[in-house]
Design a binder for this molecule. Structure first.
Ligand code: FDA
Length: 389
């Protein structure tokens, strides 16, 4: 069977590309259904984009690479598409847009767009062999026990990254890219919880509070969650993309709290209770109890000098921790790194040295922050390739 374009991967990027790349298009996926990660995303409501999306929200060895695609298919274009399909949505926080109903609505919308464009979809299909010819590509695939020989002029790599192998993530895009001589930058789990091998936060599991997480390069103000294995929550996931083994993380537990003034006021109006009790009016009690074993908090609030309160504030706003690792691809939302952007055209996503070969979405070395940015990259890069084909 001959196609103009074969897209490997019916995820966010692959489906978007299929909706825009003309006729005789086949999308292949080994999963039992298209868009499985979309389905589970955003707690089942899909955080499908972010109103603030811009190049500054993405990590890549070449921070300029994502600019062209993001500018030519923006968050507003996707919001418009969602609106045309009558999908109701709301902004949760920090520009993050979610479906009011279900993430399945986004999958159905993409399937409808693919159908309108005439693209075919084969799920439960494995690629067994792939070769380049003078005029395109030849694939040997197995679909429900039957082998098929396929040929195409354009081949799009849209099989995503390595995160959550249980859901069918594989490194296939990297393997094919390597086969055709494209570069691959170092890949690692990102948007992932940080772990501490000594289990030091076990007793705090479930405690959550607003915090500022920083290292020498960046800083994020969002919720922090203690877990049995370490630290999670949006601020930690965000920082994890910038963290490297052995590095210390700084935690400010009171980023927006005028705690010095608050404690001074409490001291003036009595303050006869234990400092830990007074502090627990502003921070989770279990956390205060834990911290009292690590930061000196003796006696009543009334006994504290201004200098002692200042020392306490300094300790709470600069708690230094060195994680032992991350939870890895098992729970990571995305893969940092991937197909080297130097190998691709930023306008079309086509490989510079392999005409007809394209790479889009998470497989490429462009990784977004938490908050709808990764789907926006999938839509923008999928659209860029689709429009070019
Ligand atoms: P994606 O992973 O979506 O699709 C790849 C497809 O290729 C899959 O269908 C897979 O089955 C298929 N495939 C893989 N290997 C194959 C092989 N060897 N043969 C055939 N097919 C193969 N982002 C965001 O912006 N907002 C959010 O709310 C969330 N939430 C979220 C929750 C969770 C739990 C995770 C794990 C991730 C998110 N993300 C997210 C990230 C987001 O899901 C991700 O960045 C995009 O899905 C990437 O889109 P792609 O199309 O590139 O890959």
């Amino acid at each position: 069977m001959t196609y103009d374009t074969i897209i490997l991967g019916a995820g966010a990027a692959g489906m978007m590309c299929a909706a825009h790349c003309g006729v005789r298009v086949l999308v292949i996926d080994h999963a039992k259904a298209a868009g499985e990660k979309i389905r589970i995303s955003g707690g089942g409501r899909c955080n499908f984009t972010n109103t603030y999306a811009g190049p500054g929200n993405f990590l890549s060895q070449n921070p300029h690479f994502c600019k062209s695609a993001l500018a030519r298919y923006t968050q507003w274009d996707f919001i418009d598409l969602v609106g045309r399909h009558g999908i109701a949505w709301h902004e949760k926080t920090l520009g993050q847009l979610f479906c009011d109903g279900s993430s399945k609505q986004i999958i159905q919308m993409l399937l409808d767009e693919m159908g309108r464009a005439g693209a075919e979809l084969w799920v439960r299909t494995e690629v067994k062999d792939l070769r380049k010819t003078d005029s395109g590509f030849i694939l040997d695939v197995e679909r429900e026990g039957q082998r098929h020989g396929l040929s195409c002029t354009n081949l799009v790599l849209a099989t995503g990254g390595k995160s959550i192998p249980k859901m069918g993530a594989t490194g296939m895009a990297y393997d094919i890219a390597r086969q055709f001589g494209l570069g691959i930058t170092e890949t690692r789990a990102a948007l992932v919880p940080l772990t501490f091998s000594d289990g030091r936060f076990k007793e705090l599991a479930g405690v959550s509070l607003p915090a500022r997480l920083s290292n020498d390069r960046t800083s994020f103000d969002e919720a922090l969650l203690f877990t049995h294995r370490g630290l999670s929550g949006p601020s930690v996931l965000q920082l994890s993309s910038y963290w490297r083994e052995g590095e210390t993380v700084r935690v400010n537990l009171i980023p927006d709290l005028p705690l010095f003034d608050l404690l001074r006021d409490q001291r003036q109006s009595g303050g006869r209770k234990a400092l830990t009790t007074e502090l627990a009016r502003h921070l989770p009690g279990r956390l205060v109890e834990y911290l009292s074993h690590h930061i000196p908090m003796p006696g009543n609030l009334a006994d504290q000098s201004d200098a002692a309160l200042s020392d306490l504030i300094a300790a709470l706003s600069n708690w230094q921790l060195t994680p032992s690792g991350t939870e890895g691809y098992r729970t990571a939302e995305v893969t940092l790194g991937g197909i080297d952007t130097d190998s691709l055209s930023s306008k079309t996503m086509e490989a510079r040295d392999v005409p007809g070969l394209y790479a889009i979405g998470e497989a490429v070395d462009v990784t977004g922050w938490l908050g709808g940015y990764n789907f926006q990259w999938a839509w923008s890069s999928g659209h860029a390739a689709g429009a070019a084909i």
